[in-house]
Write a protein that binds this ligand. Structure first.
Ligand code: CA
Length: 714
């Protein structure tokens, strides 16, 4: 069947130019009949065909300046019409000079007896502020037309304050739509209505005194990644299962009397708790959270805490206060709080961003469809100046107001490098000890020449003076090197049988993301997050069961311990998904983002003296203590060298140049391997034990049992 002929695209390029493209080449006489309209009226313009002879493209140069609020379209008989979209014009110098706004007062700013509302909407013809007495479905008690001021900022001052709920009715060329305030700091149930909030009323007791963690460098941090609801939902003794407040509960024990919850974390020894998204997301009904489950990578209100984790999602101040209480409690336990942020897409394309300034905040194809490198349907445009500003403002707000200790950027490789550089500066200006890291995968988004924040580029960002680091990237080379490809369920890695093929990847990780070409990218300063498991893909325990079904549980536990020990001696920052240290299983569910509580929640009841999960936890606890005790494991200056063992293993020597040395003798094979110690070394870990105490002193020939490690210090 022949494709219907149509106008493929029509875009405003600047204030006098509309470019268009047809689905087929036409003769010059036909090209002359292409028209530009504004409603019923033909717009006076000169049409220039794109090339000589038959062509499928051209552009109009208008006599009058284009009106950003108007609904233009390009029409050709036989080809139909196509709405003109304002995409390229947003980047033209005149738009940038005239409309980009640098003020720090967008949103609802509380005054003494009034609130000033400001919203950036340069393409709107009308913006109405609607006020509500509650955040759910009560009708508005006022509709106030706002005034358009400089730079496309609409404004009104109203005699209302803390606890007032509001939204905007915005009219643009696309139509009239209700939108939440993208700068809102809290919201009513399910985030449809924004809330005016007096943040000083949300500070829990002890807030002024609470102190952020102060790691000197990123390698001092040990990250434990957990979902707020998974953390506590199965703690029988918790008063707040699944909520922020479960992190404030002390003295929790499971039925075997083992510490769980925050007491467990203190005992384990990790330094920072990385929380899966805690900003408002869309798909869990906050009024009935028990009916659904989601990881939260479906952002709705970026500056508002998620309501389903609060004890009262209907009153916007509660979620803010309870999240602050979580931060306070973790700080009291000497634990940092890292927030997972998802600025690369929104839950739906027609978000509040797109309702307020259609086409501005996203990357679009010329035909008006959203770019989709995220696979989530609508890639945002970090390189657009007002979205870049939004991201910088947003992360700065979170780190400042909630006293956070770090940020993890979802699909960071889709953001442009400049934006991440500005974020590094802004965040470290608020908190120089904050750890910033992200997924620097190269996902191929088009970005008009700007470099993206991918693994190979991230080293171009230098740390702000005095900061603990710049931006680290997840190291998928050591991840897949150790356990086999994440995406090929049955493939094996260094710990699970394929040690010959993966040794270089593992060495790349031990050296901190440098030193060989195994990954195809390198970073300076050990700016890597070394890990075996994260929320995505199979848990480590499930992966080992899939890749090594013939091996016994004891053999797989040996693999797990070997992998954990290698991560813990590697330069950079160790990281793992909560429960990796207790043989967490999701029953082979490799994408459990909406799989419910039974699959996802941590099974604290598995921790019983003598059980596999308990035994594994003790080994991880020992490795953590070891890493913290000897500076050679965390020094960015540690030199790394390797020696091959006769049976296929390797010895790793670390030397910090300041007197601290370590030697790890690694045997990934199924037979014993051997190494000659030329002088005395102190054993601090082997295949089953680890800690900050010397277990033994050795010299001369040592035998390393199959699938295990000996770690010595001087
Ligand atoms: Ca929500």
């Amino acid at each position: 069947m022949r494709q219907a002929r149509r106008v493929l695209s029509a875009e405003m390029v600047d204030f006098y130019t509309v470019a268009f493209r047809l689905s087929a080449k036409v003769r010059p006489a036909t090209m002359k009949r292409v028209k530009l309209f504004d409603g019923e009226r033909e717009v006076a313009a000169v049409l220039t065909p794109g090339e000589k002879g038959d062509t499928d493209r051209g552009f109009f140069t208008t006599v009058q300046k284009l009106d950003l609020t108007a609904g233009y379209y390009v029409k050709l008989d036989g080809f139909g019409a196509k709405d003109v979209i304002p995409t390229k014009i947003f980047d033209c110098p005149e738009f940038v000079q005239k409309y980009v706004y640098s003020g720090n007062d967008l949103g609802a700013v509380l005054g003494e007896n009034s609130t000033t509302f400001k919203v950036w909407a340069p393409t709107a013809s009308s913006v109405i502020l609607n006020l509500f007495a509650a955040g759910d479905t009560v009708p508005a008690y006022a509709h106030i037309p706002m005034t358009k001021g400089e730079r496309g900022v609409w404004e009104t001052i109203q005699p209302c304050g803390h606890g007032t709920y509001y939204n905007y009715t915005v009219t643009t060329a696309v139509g009239t739509q209700d939108a939440a305030d993208i700068y809102a700091k809290s919201a009513g149930v399910n985030g449809d209505r924004s809330m005016v909030i007096d943040l000083s009323k949300t500070n829990p007791s002890g807030w002024a005194e609470t102190r952020r963690m102060q790691p000197k460098r990123y390698s001092d941090v040990i990250l434990w990644e957990v979902h707020v609801r998974d953390f506590s939902n199965r703690i029988a003794a918790s008063r707040y299962p699944g909520k922020y407040l479960a992190f404030t509960e002390q003295g929790l024990r499971n039925e075997a009397g083992i510490p769980v919850g925050v007491d467990y974390l203190k005992d384990l020894g990790v330094t920072h708790i990385h929380l899966l998204p805690i900003a408002d997301y869309a798909t869990v009904d906050e009024a009935h959270p028990e009916r659904s489950f989601n990881w939260g990578y479906d952002p709705k209100n970026y500056n508002v805490p998620e309501g389903s984790y609060s004890t009262d999602p209907f009153h916007g101040e509660v979620r803010v206060e309870e999240l602050k209480r979580l931060v306070c409690a973790l700080h009291d336990a000497n634990l940092g709080v890292v927030m997972d942020v998802v600025y690369n897409h929104t839950y739906e394309g027609n978000s509040s961003f797109n309702k307020i300034v259609p086409y501005y905040y996203y990357r679009f194809e010329p035909d008006g469809t959203y770019q989709n490198a995220t696979g989530c349907g609508n890639d945002t445009a970090s390189e657009r100046l007002m979205y870049r500003k939004f991201m910088v403002d947003s992360v700065s707000y979170w780190v400042r107001e909630y006293k956070l200790d770090g940020l993890r950027f979802d699909l960071m490789g889709l953001h442009d490098l400049k934006t991440m550089e500005l974020i590094e500066q802004a965040v470290h200006c608020v908190n120089p000890h904050a750890i910033i890291y992200g997924e620097g995968w190269d996902m191929g988004a088009t970005l008009d020449g700007s470099p993206r924040a991918i693994q190979g580029n991230i080293g171009k960002i230098s740390p702000t003076n005095g900061a603990a680091g710049a931006i680290s990237v997840f190291n998928d080379a050591i991840r897949d090197g150790l356990k086999g490809s994440t995406f090929d369920l049955h493939s094996r890695g260094y710990i699970s049988g394929s040690y010959g093929e993966t040794e270089k990847q593992v060495q790349f990780g031990i050296m901190g993301g440098t030193g060989n070409c195994a990954a195809g990218w390198q970073v300076p300063g050990a700016a890597v997050i070394n890990y075996m498991s994260a929320h995505d893909n199979n848990t480590l325990w499930d992966k080992l069961a899939l890749s090594n079904p013939e091996d016994t549980v004891q053999q797989r536990m040996a693999m797990n311990r070997l992998g954990a020990a290698i991560v813990m001696i590697s330069k950079g920052t160790p990281f793992w998904q909560a429960g990796e240290e207790m043989l967490r299983s999701k029953g082979g569910d490799e994408n459990s983002y909406a799989s419910g509580d039974a699959v996802n929640n941590l099974r604290w009841e598995d921790l019983q003296p003598g059980s596999g999960p308990y035994e594994m936890m003790c080994y991880y606890r020992g490795l953590i203590a070891m890493r913290k005790a000897y500076p050679v494991f965390t020094s960015p200056d540690s030199a790394v060298s390797f020696r091959e063992l006769p049976g296929g293993g390797m010895a790793v020597k670390l030397d910090d140049g300041a007197g601290s040395q370590a030697l790890a003798v690694i045997n990934p094979t199924q037979e014993p391997d051997h190494f000659l110690l030329k002088r005395q070394w102190h054993l601090v870990a082997d295949g089953t034990r680890a800690g900050n105490q010397v277990l033994d002193t050795r010299e001369g020939a040592v035998e390393v049992p199959p699938c295990s490690i000996l770690i010595f210090v001087n």
